[in-house]
Design a protein around this ligand. Structure first.
Ligand SMILES: [Zn+2]
Ligand SMILES: [Zn+2]
Length: 1022
């Protein structure tokens, strides 16, 4: 049955929405035990990527699973709706280059644009998620840019301030010159690129010394604000006379290699000897350098693996330099503005972008005789996580949350959580152990306005803890605020809580991870309905991408421990990256699969199935070839369903809930019960991979066992009790499999439900997703074990047939089985039918295959072979040439007697004899041990031809377009004698099996010439 699955999925979507299935499910479970799930916000900034589809599929799978088990679930989807990522996209949209463009455009218009973009893409993502089959309370999604969310974060910040954790500092921060804001530690992690810079060896002219110093830096622009040189007092240095220079240069002994050409080492010295020496800085005429006393200072961290062992120090341009500078009270000078451009007072550099300053710096150094050499230098360098611009370090005032005090409580809380995979828990602990203070301020526009009102008069910091508080203290302006965003909120001033002076808000906005971290409070009712919140907190399961450990999982842990002292989640699971089919990263190949294309070409079920089958601890490969593969696997199940429907549509059975005594029916019920058991076990530990694997094994068993051996029961014309029980059993099996898989493949299973359920003689739910998850019934392990043995016998015999080149269509006379299989005699008919063998003979001793026992007992190549004549003969045929030689020699030496029933001695001639003879019996070499008689008698031959002919007739029926219930006429034309007995003996069988009458046909609908065992025969049909 050709099926347009994508079209089917769209039909199901309409069905769900027309019948309000999701609402009905929620109503059904209302008031029941909760499933405390929390959705991490997705950035409403662009259409949903395929990697989002993975996480969203997994979320949906478990919400559906829990709902089918009666849980009342938390279905609130979240959108990340403010912060730098939205701003950057809107800037691109408007063609802006930097922050100045935003200011001239107007902050209010810009904020409106950002909100608009969020609206657009949250709508797009909502539609895409619905298409994926995700059931959420879509009309009630939460957004992080709402007053409600912002007010909740203020509450957290107020607690931080009460704890004394809010601090401001003036220090060099990693800074994105394009975005014009500093970046936090967690934003920087994982955001590095291999970049080649031009590094420089410069010469510092020493005062009162007969040498100069060789200095190395990878950021030439910072030489403009050099205030000191640092050496390691313990390190070995050398004075080196270099060609073309008047004075020798001092450098680390290990750095002499950097001097090319003629050189002479004058003497060695320790770094200590250099301490306190004064030097002329690189650009001594710059105004900011006028009052600086440039000296050599000690620093143990200086090494000589790279560079010259003499480090140039600029405390205004680097965090480490800054810390060192504090120790020696060095000047902190920052030469660049927020766009990374040199400010006034930097002579030839003023107006230049820091990253473009290298060349002019080199030229100017050269002009003063201070350039030694430059070289290309490749290193891992931080870039902005949003816009990929190279990060600079810039001295700025920022706001922090101090982390030292809360660190042990965070670690304690993290230890109560189950992390999956386990290494992400370790990653979280590493992070918590090493994290610095949390830089929460960003010098941007569209984001959480930090509610900080510092007083210039008395120094007190007022932190507003909610929107209501702002309205209370902010007067008319606050009352009329359209929303808690810049620029409007910047107009609100309040009275200092300490001295009553009028104070204004700082202009900074907050880190986006504050926005997402508060959602366990802002979206679960912490502020509006505390008893409701208590039932939803903490989340028992959350899942997001692995990178969220230091981001969302961290920020909500931090905020939750601050507010409640507890972790906000009990179990954290992560998924990894989605890769292209060839294993490459989508971002690297530039090739991105769009979700819409996936939905249109592959369908949502195939995508979900592919994701569900992948291990979440690893990257998953995704593409249309793999989607096709997933679809093919699903077809295995679909084919069982269509098999059922093909007959059910003709018979229109009324399905009952009765257990039949039929052996294969019993097997099917038990097989399905074990599948449900295993699936439940896996679902309960959030492991979809195992569910998929068990499903595939179950589908395989059902189609290759139950469906295969029961075809005849469905073919029967009358709907008798046996056929009815076959229907009952298969119906319940498909129903239970569909329900078990409904969370993973919601569309196909719904389609199956809709078309099969009307046959049931009892009431069923309107949608499979409202139905109750199948219960884990007891199953009959003995039946399962028996069938496993029977299938092993069949497999072993088929292998033997194959080795002997005997097609299954050719009937054989005898199958030999060990006596232990006698207890499986109930399955004899099935075994004979499957193997097309007339009878089964059970043997005590498998070595004896007939009454014709030979008194032979010979040892060949370490094997003891006992057996009858025929067996000996066949064994002789199968001996290796080495074994032959041993056997022949043994016989010649008179070690073995003659074989009874044999004329003459067993000798070399024996092999000639046995080869001439028909060795009719052949045995399997592996377990289970089976043997068959390979002799094809004329009767068996005819029957074999009949089976071949039957197959051709059935094929012709299909090709001529007849349906399974159509009655047809057949005729056969052949000149060949050997075929006649076939038509003669089996005419009735052909008519019965093909629903036909054999008669002369005048105008055939179709005819076909076939070749049967070398004989031509023409079949016609009408
Ligand atoms: Zn940036
Ligand atoms: Zn004050």
């Amino acid at each position: 049955m050709a099926m347009d699955f994508v079209k089917m999925e769209q039909g199901i979507l309409s069905f769900w929405s027309e019948h309000g299935c999701f609402e009905k499910l929620r109503n059904k479970n209302k008031g029941n035990k909760r499933f405390r799930f929390l959705d991490g916000p997705i950035t409403a900034n662009n259409p949903m990527g395929i990697h989002h589809a993975w996480g969203r599929s997994i979320k949906d799978i478990f919400l559906r699973y829990k709902a089918m088990n009666g849980y009342s679930c938390h279905y609130r989807n979240g959108f990340d709706a403010q912060g730098l990522w939205v701003e950057v996209e809107v800037e691109k949209e408007l063609g802006f280059k930097d922050k100045k463009d935003i200011e001239s455009y107007g902050m209010d218009k810009f904020t409106r644009k950002c909100v608009e973009r969020v609206k657009t893409y949250s709508d797009v993502i909502t539609e895409q998620s619905k298409r994926l089959g995700q059931w959420m309370d879509w009309d009630n999604s939460y957004f992080t840019h709402t007053d409600e969310n912002i007010s909740a974060i203020w509450h957290f910040l107020k607690i931080c301030n009460e704890n004394g954790w809010i601090a401001t500092s003036h220090r060099p921060m990693p800074w994105c010159p394009r975005c014009g804001t500093s970046l936090s530690e967690h934003e920087m992690s994982g955001s590095h690129k291999e970049i080649t810079h031009t590094a420089v060896f410069a010469i510092a002219k020493m005062k009162n010394a007969d040498f100069d110093a060789l200095v190395w830096t990878t950021t030439p622009w910072t030489l403009s604000v050099n205030v000191a040189l640092a050496v390691n007092p313990e390190l070995d240095y050398a004075l080196v006379k270099c060609k073309g220079l008047d004075k020798p240069l001092v450098m680390a002994k290990n750095a002499i290699k950097h001097v090319e050409g003629e050189k002479q080492v004058l003497r060695l010295l320790k770094g200590e000897e250099l301490l306190g020496l004064e030097y002329e800085t690189f650009f001594p005429l710059l105004p900011t350098q006028q009052d600086v006393a440039h000296k050599v200072i000690p620093w143990e961290a200086v090494g000589a693996d790279e560079g010259s062992g003499i480090v140039h120090i600029a405390p205004g341009c680097g965090a480490e330099d800054y810390d060192l500078g504090k120790k020696f009270t060095l000047a902190e000078i920052c030469p660049i503005d927020e766009s990374g451009v040199f400010i006034d007072g930097y002579d030839f550099l003023t107006g230049k972008i820091a990253s473009d300053a290298a060349e002019p710096v080199f030229e100017k150094l050269h002009g003063q005789g201070k350039l030694f050499k430059t070289h290309e230098y490749t290193h891992s360098y931080p870039v902005c996580w949003r816009c990929k611009t190279e990060v600079l370090f810039r001295l700025v005032q920022e706001w922090h949350i101090k982390t030292e005090e809360i660190r042990p409580r965070l670690i304690e809380a993290a230890n109560t959580v189950k992390w999956e995979p386990a290494f992400i828990g370790k990653r979280m602990l590493d992070w918590l152990n090493n994290m610095g203070d949390w830089n929460i301020s960003r010098k941007r526009f569209y984001g959480l306005p930090l509610p900080f009102y510092p007083c210039e008069n008395c120094g007190y910091l007022t932190v507003i803890g909610s929107r209501d508080k702002l309205v209370k203290h902010g007067g008319e302006t606050a009352k009329n605020l359209p929303e808690l965003h810049r620029p409007w909120i910047d107009d609100v001033s309040i009275k200092c809580s300490s001295c009553g002076e009028t104070v204004s808000r700082i202009p900074e906005v907050g880190d986006v991870w504050l926005d997402a971290g508060i959602v366990p409070f802002s979206t679960l009712g912490y502020f509006s309905d505390r008893s409701e919140w208590e039932q939803n907190f903490p989340a028992e399961w959350v899942i997001e991408m692995q990178e969220q450990v230091r981001l969302w999982f961290y920020s909500q842990l931090f905020m939750s421990v601050t507010i409640t002292g507890k972790a906000p989640y009990e179990r954290v699971q992560t998924n990894n990256w989605v890769l292209a089919e060839d294993g490459s990263k989508f971002s690297k190949t530039g090739l991105m699969i769009r979700f819409d294309e996936v939905a249109d070409r592959m369908g949502a079920d195939a995508a979900r199935y592919l994701f569900a089958g992948a291990s979440m601890a690893n990257d998953v490969r995704f593409g249309f070839t793999l989607g096709e593969e997933a679809r093919r696997k699903l077809l295995g199940f679909w084919n069982i369903y269509t098999f059922f429907m093909t007959y059910a549509e003709i018979d229109k059975p009324k399905i009952e809930n009765k257990i039949s005594n039929n052996l294969t029916d019993k097997w099917l019920s038990s097989r399905i019960a074990t599948f449900i058991c295993k699936a439940v076990k896996s679902y309960e530990v959030y492991n979809t991979t195992e569910v998929v694997r068990e499903f595939e094994s179950c589908v395989d068993d059902v189609s290759n066992w139950f469906v295969r051996i029961n075809r005849r029961r469905f073919w029967k014309e009358s709907l008798d009790a046996d056929k009815q029980s076959a229907y009952n059993t298969l119906y319940h099996a498909i129903k239970a499999m569909a329900q078990t898989m409904a969370p993973i493949i919601p569309f196909m299973t719904e389609h199956i439900w809709q078309s099969m359920m009307p046959m049931y003689n009892a009431a069923v739910e309107e949608s499979i997703h409202i139905s109750t998850f199948p219960s884990t019934n007891d199953f009959d392990q003995a039946v399962l074990d028996d069938v496993e043995k029977v299938r092993a016998v069949i497999a072993s015999t088929l292998k033997l047939r194959n080795e002997q080149n005997l097609k299954v269509k050719q009937p054989l006379s005898v199958l030999y089985l060990e006596n232990s299989y006698k207890k499986l005699s109930e399955y004899e008919a099935v075994i004979r039918e499957e193997l097309n063998i007339k009878e089964i003979t059970y043997l005590d001793d498998f070595g004896i295959l007939s009454d014709e026992v030979a008194s032979l007992n010979f040892q060949v190549a370490g094997r003891i072979l006992k057996g009858d004549l025929n067996k000996v003969k066949s064994l002789c045929d199968n001996l290796t040439s080495d074994e032959n030689t041993i056997l022949v020699n043994s016989v010649k030496q008179g070690k073995y007697a003659t074989i009874e029933g044999f004329d003459g001695e067993l000798s070399a001639d024996c092999f000639t004899i046995t080869k001439k003879d028909k060795a009719n019996i052949t045995q399997s070499t592996d377990s289970p041990h089976v043997a068959i008689n390979t002799e094809i008698t004329p009767t068996l031959k005819v029957e074999g031809l009949y089976r071949e002919l039957l197959r051709h007739c059935q094929l012709l029926r299909k090709e001529a377009g007849f349906s399974i219930s159509d009655k047809v006429n057949l005729s056969f034309e052949t000149d060949s004698e050997p075929i006649k007995p076939v038509l003669c003996t089996f005419a009735d069988d052909i008519q019965r099996e093909t629903l036909s009458e054999i008669k002369d046909i005048q105008k055939p609908v179709m005819h076909k010439k076939i070749n049967l065992d070398g004989v031509d025969i023409t079949i016609s049909i009408e």
